[in-house]
Design a protein around this ligand. Structure first.
Ligand SMILES: Nc1ncnc2c1ncn2[C@@H]1O[C@H](COP(=O)(O)OP(=O)(O)OP(=O)(O)O)[C@@H](O)[C@H]1O
Ligand SMILES: [Mg+2]
Length: 219
């Protein structure tokens, strides 16, 4: 799926957050969105997912204006920070995944993804008993269930250790190699070793810059 963003601006009330942003991403691209706290990274994602309403004519998915778009299962999304995540009733990992699936997803698809994310052995564990790193993997599996074309990950490594981070980035890269478009949001500087194709930098003054990565040189 092609994502075409044409001169997007967005404000909360009078507070302008995104200014004249234009981006084209084709299927299989890997966009890193970086910037300090509060520069508008999550706001941008919410525009892309239709949570923040944008002006018609500013975001298109395969030439369909976002205001007419209705194939949202093409997106997989892992939101920012689930530190305070708590289910009010006991539910296991498998149960959560089965209620999160559309009818095209089979039990075998779910098991394959659990295995790929190396959390096969915790499938019958209560969600509330998982560590931050395990929970994150469960949410990635959940985001992948509907076989999305685009996977969006907001600050995915904030609460996980180095080893889990490496596993995480490797998994993202594998998914990207399978042809899934990746949009990865981070405020950390640990991006040099990532194999991204495009980078969007958001600044404190709510300006932004979008570039294609120059693979030959340094950042
Ligand atoms: N619903 C909202 N209403 C009003 N202002 C908001 C709302 N959501 C975010 N903001 C403000 O918009 C600015 C950008 O917030 P945003 O969450 O997009 O930043 P971010 O780059 O994701 O930051 P972080 O790295 O901390 O996650 C901040 O000043 C924030 O306070
Ligand atoms: Mg954010």
């Amino acid at each position: 799926m092609q994502i075409y963003i044409n001169n997007l601006s967005f404000a909360y009330g009078i507070k302008s957050i995104i200014n004249n942003l234009s981006i084209t991403l084709n299927q299989g691209d890997y966009l890193v969105v970086k910037g300090k706290n509060g520069t508008g990274k999550t706001t941008f994602i919410k525009c892309l997912l239709g949570v923040n309403e944008v002006k018609p004519g500013t975001i298109f998915f395969d030439k369909t204006d976002i205001t007419n778009f209705n194939s949202w299962t093409k997106f997989g999304y892992v939101s920012q920070s689930f530190d305070n995540f708590n289910y009010e009733f006991p539910i296991t990992v498998s149960e959560l995944l089965s209620v999160s699936s559309t009818k095209q997803t089979t039990a075998s698809d779910r098991l394959k993804l659990l295995d790929k994310m190396k959390i096969f052995d915790i499938q019958n564990q209560n969600i509330n008993s998982l560590s931050g790193g395990q929970l994150q993997r469960v949410f990635i599996v959940r985001a992948m269930l509907n076989k999305p074309k685009v996977l969006i990950l907001d600050e995915p490594t904030a609460s996980i250790d180095k080893q889990n981070k490496e596993f995480f980035y490797q998994t993202v890269e594998d998914l990207n190699k399978e042809g899934i478009t990746i949009i990865l949001i981070t405020h950390s500087d640990e991006i040099e070793h990532l194999n991204y194709t495009h980078i969007l930098t958001m600044f404190d003054d709510y300006t932004n810059s979008f570039d294609i990565r120059n693979k030959g040189g340094n950042e």
